[in-house]
Write a protein that binds this ligand. Structure first.
Ligand code: ADP
Length: 473
């Protein structure tokens, strides 16, 4: 099903959606392509003419209505996320609440878009800066947070007065369809939000090549992000790119070791490690490395792997076969280069089924020549490296093309502040494995992308500043 100009559409082209835990088909949906995407863009363009003139209060009311409808469906939405993505149900529920919180936040922000009056350099002139919506936006979202990545883009876009065409990942379109049902019921005017579900390249091309799409917002891999930026250059779109990462997780000798171990459990194994701010490289100071690694291996082995619908499951499946292959290859390469597997390390045969499960894994003796030292893992493998000095670890941590998130555990305030300044990443967690809140700017530097999502920062991405000079004659 796809949603264009306020109406749901079906087509003869069908796609099966499967549960990555069981490989069972959970739904069969209609998909669309480039032509329908062009129609969606045209409808968003038409809707923009009136939507951009609405007041912040009016847009806010629509967003609050959607919040109310989603709140009535929290359990249903969580169930859908678990079925199509695999994550444990309590985590899916947390995602739904987080998704709603973006709509709620931007329902408030819609009313608080201010311009500025500038001091003039001539006594007969008045100068001002007004903020206006960018226009029609294209949005492409991933499967790892199939619901919250959608509202994190649509909520600020609508609050700003933009209209939007959204393409969710083809692995997880069902939660997208549900949230669009809420937008529909909330009575959003025709064409303000449009949903196109189908082949990524074809839909992506329709979005990037259209001169009517004035902004492209994307969350996904750096590889695809670069392509989308290149393709958007011809029409000079504004772009926001939330791309891959390779987060270092640094544990100094003065850290609370138990706290640091628990932090890895969260940062590495939640969502089966399929989060762009997930820990990729654990660095333990050599004097505490043994104790830290033993505790980490013990806690990792305690994690319960299984179907996300089953109570007590800590770690669900990976999204597909390709992800499983990446895990196998990274472990094999690390072992070939003398890593020691102290927890997990293998494909997990859950319930004698075909699900894409991989055991939460801890590797010791990790070294820079291993593939895992540079390639994003996006799965439940924690390689443990060691280091000797602060100077050395700053250099190692920054030695990556990525710059999304970094973590540092220390009780020394001065050291924490130095790390805050020296680490070249957009998000830093100091003794905090979950540095993500709605009011904060979420986004990376270097090849992790550009632009921010969340808070007042996220709203600016959908606004344009217009300077007006008035001569009082
Ligand atoms: P992953 O490899 O983790 O699936 P991707 O970057 O491939 O990450 O996918 C993130 C989003 O980008 C998904 O919605 C996917 O369908 C979309 N996508 C993938 N390839 C393209 C493309 N060539 N053009 C536009 N969107 C794409």
């Amino acid at each position: 099903m796809y949603y264009i100009n306020g109406e749901w559409h079906e087509s003869d082209q069908k796609e099966q959606i499967t549960n990555p835990a069981t490989l069972e088909v959970i739904d069969t949906i209609s998909v669309c392509g480039g032509e329908e995407t062009k129609a969606a863009i045209a409808s968003a363009k038409e809707a923009f003419k009136t939507w951009k003139k609405t007041t912040g209060n009016e847009r806010s009311a629509y967003l609050f209505k959607t919040v109310k409808l989603m709140k009535e469906r929290v359990d249903e939405l969580a169930q859908i996320i678990t079925l199509e993505n695999g994550k444990p149900l309590p985590d899916a529920k947390r995602e739904v609440l987080s998704a709603i919180s973006y709509l709620d936040w931007y329902a408030e922000e819609a009313k608080r878009i201010y311009g500025e009056v500038l001091p003039a350099s001539h006594q007969d002139k008045s100068l001002m800066v007004i903020k206006q919506p960018v226009g029609v936006c294209g949005a492409i979202t991933p499967w790892n947070f199939p619901l919250s990545m959608i509202t994190r883009k649509i909520a600020p876009a609508l609050a700003a007065g933009c209209t939007i065409v959204l393409k969710p990942a083809l692995q997880t379109p069902l939660s997208a369809i549900k949230v669009f049902e809420c937008f529909h019921e909330a009575g959003l005017p025709k064409g303000v939000v449009n949903l196109v579900v189908g082949p990524a390249e074809e839909i992506g091309k329709a979005l990037t090549s259209s001169p009517d799409v004035r902004k492209l917002t994307f969350t996904g891999s750096t590889f695809i992000g670069k392509k989308l930026v290149r393709d958007s250059a011809d029409t000079m779109k504004k772009v926001s790119m939330e791309l891959g990462g390779h987060a270092p997780y640094i544990v100094f000798d003065d850290a609370d070791i138990d706290l640091a171990v628990e932090g890895v459990m969260l940062s590495k194994f939640k969502n089966s490690g399929q989060t762009c701010i997930s820990t990729n490289r654990v660095y333990a100071h050599e004097s505490i490395a043994k104790e830290f690694a033993e505790k980490l291996a013990k806690r990792t082995a305690e994690l319960k792997i299984g179907d996300g619908l089953e109570e007590g499951t800590d770690v669900g499946p990976l999204i597909n076969e390709k992800a499983l292959e990446t895990m196998k290859n990274q472990v094999a390469d690390a072992v070939k280069n003398n890593a020691e597997v102290v927890a997990g390390g293998k494909v997990f045969n859950y319930d004698n089924g075909d699900g894409y499960f991989f055991e939460p894994t801890v590797l010791l003796n990790a070294t820079d020549d291993m593939v895992i030292a540079t390639e994003e893992t996006f799965g439940p493998i924690a390689p443990v490296f060691t280091f000797e000095s602060e100077e050395e670890i700053i250099e190692k941590a920054n030695n990556t093309l990525y710059g999304l998130a970094a973590y540092c555990y220390t009780k020394d305030l001065g050291r924490g502040l130095r790390m805050m300044k020296e680490l070249e990443f957009g998000i830093i967690g100091i003794n905090d494995p979950a540095p993500i809140v709605i009011q904060a700017p979420f986004g990376g530097i270097k090849e992790s992308g550009m632009g921010k999502e969340g808070g007042k920062f996220g709203l600016e991405e959908y606004l344009e500043e217009k300077f007006v000079s008035i001569y009082e004659n």
